[in-house]
Design a protein. Structure first.
Lengths: 321, 508
């Protein structure tokens, strides 16, 4: 019965208020996210459009490539941009995102310093258009965005990738937040199951609660050695306001908002996720269910953004301001 | 959103209808729940002999049909030179042979297969014969009146009267002795019953015993009451039809009726064979004349097709269970079910080896294709062609090596394989070989479990013969779709978190 040691009892998880996949899909996603609104978040281009219409800050759009014959115009498009980012409009789980930090004499350099030729990038765009990264292999659109220069306070907290902040917004109320830091193990990606570090954040202060890698608590960043518990997101209230306003903008009741802190532009909305993952609970060391129930019970969705944040910070915050 | 109440009502309705249909099939239609059960089929041969006089011959014999406890499966006749027709006379069927001229000893054979079938019923309920009252000559009339008079005093209804008459015949030895020469015993009892206004007649029955030859029919007594009837042994008065007794003539007609022949006699021989239920059922359904909308009424080829199709829900339910309750990751939602279907054709080991071989070498070639910078649709098409070529090569190779099993890999669904290779290859590039192993292994594990279930003789038997089970499966899927508990995999995933929270190590 040794293998049983690796398994928790279901009631132990229930007591801890941990949200499981089935419950998430059944009681939250399919109940609060109307199917017809999915395209708004599944297509990053549409997300960008509604965000701009709602006054939500997003990374600057350099160009869009919809058809194969437009691929040859790509090098012209990025000629004057030192750094940029190519994304599939309908990619999921961060798949198909290529980041170029600078280019020089026909070589395009990734954050790792690896050079790519224009042919490599064009093939990548062809793959995006053919639907390699989209759900169900449907033909897709490639988006070229300006490179994000993340805020200096995060220097050393992330290996190669951009540290982004994920906030779960439930019926307009922020219920949980974490920061995702890429590592060498995750290959510069911000996905927790690939080895990125997740740092749970206090909703009241934006201060780190604890950090985990591969489901286990860690104190220091595995590559840079910086103390993860010292992490604190500056301009936290502004960031929360941006995240919470995505509820009105998208109409979705249960979303994960991915934001980055840009050096010049402040918090920017990267993307919305209608099926946000469950690892945020591990990063926070808390289950989502108590907060979700509190919002279902007491949260008044008619409140404006500021009042909703006030409610969430009062109830779900950990540290004193 | 549909309210919970009506949802559970729907589930309950589906489950109850399904279980109801299953029970009906089992209890009323007599379809057994396990395939291992065997059914007895009696092959009975009647040999009719007579001496023809040289004139035109018409020989008519009563024949047994589907009746209580037995279903007629097939009948054949061997009678060289004779014309044969089955005619209906007074509600019972007779076989009629005819020939223009014959001389000497004639032998006609008639053979039937009877399925022992507790649910069998005759096509039409037996009709009571008219009550015939004849005035008997003395001294028989007095003797019969004495017997009937005593029996009537001690009886309440037709059945008890029958028993009492038979007992009284044994008691009144003198009268019995007198009447014995006048009338056969069964005929006597029937006549006495008729005199008491009870419809009754003599029927001829065959006691079934395996391997018996030259058997004669025995007389039995059929007594009617209120539209039903009961059989009595005229010798002992025993009520009811013995399990191994088949009624041969039950139409108030002579067993044999020959014009143009004499010295006739009929003897019977019989053997029993045990056949699996499925064979017996198939034969029975073939013969069924009822107009029913049923898969079993389709031609055999289509039935075989449905046998396969009806297994898919089993695989699907298993997959839903594995994904929602266990949390196994598979590549492609229902790909494992299709692979399991292929395994059924190829057998497990050949299938597993073939699958790993094709997907493995497919991944290698796909890795090269990815460097050619092709558009997705073209690349998948290339993979499909490649898969087909590989299957061809492997089949030829296996055949050359004497492994005829190897040729069966042609049963794999090519398009599905191509997509599997494509997906795995992308997974490899993006998430690394670990994830490929995890999802590939998960898919194979799910496929093997689904295969084991779908290949089970019992489950094949159940899904094919009890269509109601499909509704039960439907109800199960609906219920699973409402499961909001944790998956087994999550119990492991969140175990460290739960431990940390218990130990207060969650940073709070």
């Amino acid at each position: 019965m040794l293998f049983l040691k690796n398994y928790a009892w279901p009631w132990a998880l229930a007591r801890a208020g941990i949200l499981g996949m089935n419950r998430r899909n059944h009681s939250y996603i399919s109940r609060y996210n109307p199917r017809r609104l999915y395209p708004l978040v599944d297509d990053k281009l549409k997300t960008k459009r509604i965000a701009m219409a709602a006054g939500v800050a997003v990374p600057e759009l350099i160009g869009i490539i919809r058809e194969q014959h437009q691929v040859s115009r790509f090098s012209e498009m990025v000629k004057d941009r030192p750094g940029f980012c190519i994304k599939p409009a309908r990619g999921s789980g961060g798949r198909g995102i290529a980041v170029i930090v600078r280019h020089q004499e026909g070589f395009y350099y990734k954050p790792s310093g690896r050079p790519e030729t224009i042919q490599d990038l064009e093939r990548h765009i062809s793959n995006i258009l053919a639907g390699l990264f989209s759900l169900g292999g449907k033909p897709d659109t490639a988006i070229v965005e300006n490179l994000i220069h993340f805020d200096d306070v995060f220097a050393g907290y992330s290996f190669e990738g951009v540290p982004d902040t994920r906030v779960i917004i439930f019926r307009g109320f922020p219920v949980m937040a974490m920061m995702r830091l890429s590592t060498a193990a995750s290959g510069g990606k911000a996905n927790l199951h690939q080895g990125a570090v997740g740092v749970g954040l206090c909703l009241r202060t934006g201060r780190a609660l604890r950090a985990v890698q591969f489901n286990r608590p860690v104190r220091r960043h595995p590559d840079t050695g910086l103390d993860l518990h010292a992490l604190r997101v500056p301009g936290w209230d502004t960031l929360l306001r941006l995240a919470a306003s995505c509820y009105e903008m998208s109409g979705l009741g249960y979303i994960g908002t991915d934001l980055v802190l840009d050096k010049q532009h402040g918090p920017l909305l990267l993307e919305l996720n209608a099926r946000p993952g469950l690892s945020i609970q591990i990063a926070n060391g808390r289950g989502l269910l108590p907060s979700l129930s509190a919002v279902e019970e007491f949260g008044d969705t008619a409140l404006n953004v500021a009042r909703r944040i006030e409610f969430a910070q009062k109830r779900f915050g950990v540290f004193e301001p | 959103m549909v309210s919970r109440k009506s949802f559970y009502l729907l589930v309950a309705l589906l489950a109850c209808t399904g279980i109801g249909m299953t029970v009906y099939n089992n209890v009323v239609m007599g379809v057994p729940l396990t395939p291992g059960e065997k059914r007895q089929i009696w092959s009975i041969e009647a040999k009719m002999e007579f001496t023809a006089t040289g004139e035109p011959v018409i020989a008519s014999m009563a024949v047994a049909g589907t009746q209580k406890g037995f279903t007629l499966l097939s009948r054949t006749a061997a009678s060289p030179g004779y014309g044969l027709a089955f005619i209906e006379k007074d509600g019972a069927e007779r076989a009629e042979w005819s020939i223009r001229a014959a001389t000497g000893r004639q032998r006609l054979y008639y053979q039937i297969d009877m399925l022992v079938d507790p649910s069998a019923r005759p096509a039409e309920p037996p009709v009571p014969p008219p009550v015939v009252k004849d005035f008997e000559r003395e001294p028989y009339a007095t003797a019969m009146a004495q017997i009937l008079g005593r029996a009537q005093e001690r009886s309440a209804d037709p059945y008890t009267l029958t028993r009492e008459i038979i007992r009284e015949i044994d008691n009144q030895a003198q009268n019995a002795e007198l009447l014995k020469g006048y009338m056969p015993r069964a005929g006597l009892v029937a006549r006495l019953l008729n005199n008491a206004d009870v419809p009754a007649r003599t029927v001829y029955a065959l006691m079934l015993e395996d391997g018996r030859r030259r058997q004669q029919l025995i007389e039995y007594l059929q007594v009617f009451k209120d539209g039903g009837y009961e059989l009595f042994n005229p010798q002992t008065g025993e009520q009811g039809q013995p399990r191994n007794m088949l009624l041969w003539e039950y139409g108030s007609a002579p067993l044999l009726d020959i014009a143009g022949g004499r010295n006739s006699r009929v003897t019977f021989s019989m053997i029993v064979q045990k056949q699996p239920v499925s064979v017996a059922l198939a034969k029975k359904n073939e013969l069924s004349e009822r107009v029913t909308i049923s898969i079993h009424g389709l031609p055999l080829e289509e039935q075989a097709l449905f046998k396969g199709l009806l297994l898919i829900p089993i695989g699907v339910v298993i997959l839903v269970f594995l994904r929602l309750i266990i949390g196994i990751k598979t590549s492609g939602t229902f790909m494992p079910v299709l692979i399991a279907m292929a395994f059924i054709q190829t057998q497990l080991l050949t299938g597993l080896v073939g699958f790993v071989l094709i997907v493995g070498s497919g991944l290698v070639i796909r890795a090269y294709l990815s460097r050619l910078n092709l558009l997705l649709v073209a690349r998948i098409s290339a993979v499909i062609i490649m898969v087909i070529m590989m299957i061809g090569i492997f089949s030829a190779l296996a055949f050359k090596l004497g492994l005829t099993d190897g040729m069966k890999i042609t049963f794999f669904p090519m398009i599905i394989l191509a997509w599997t290779i494509e997906r795995m290859s992308i997974l490899w590039e993006e998430e690394g070989p670990r994830e490929v192993m995890k999802q590939g292994g998960g898919s194979l594990l799910a496929a093997v479990i689904a295969y084991l279930a779908m290949d089970s003789e019992l489950i094949r038997h159940l899904t094919f013969n009890f269509l109601g089970l499909q509704l039960v499966l439907m109800a199960a899927v609906l219920l699973l779709g409402n499961y909001t508990g944790y998956k087994l995999s999550e119990l492991k995933r969140f175990k460290p978190l739960a431990d940390d929270m218990n130990a207060g190590r969650n940073g709070l």
